[in-house]
Design a protein around this ligand. Sequence first.
Ligand SMILES: [Zn+2]
Length: 107
Amino acid sequence: MRGGKQDLLLKIVRERIDRLVELAEENIKKYPERSKRYISLARKLSTRYNVRLPKRIKNRFCKKCNSLFVPGYNVRVKLNSKRRSVEYHCECGEIKRILFNKSVKKA
Ligand SMILES: [Zn+2]
């Protein structure tokens, strides 16, 4: 038997991840630490249940410190035309590179 309960579980997990990212977004400016915790929880859920984070989420936080990127606030965004990538310079020093052709659309 396939599907059924397992599908439902994954659906719930995805919804929880979405919700956690929403919460991270709402809290990033007022409570940055709380916001990071939400991202970290979302990542844990994704690992535990083997649910991939959608690109729109995956590309939006720092892997090192779990900050949700808010351009102009906690991250500097630079274009690197040589590498054909966008670079997100996080406050913590981490640089995340996203290739142009993979991330043209904004979520
Ligand atoms: Zn960081």
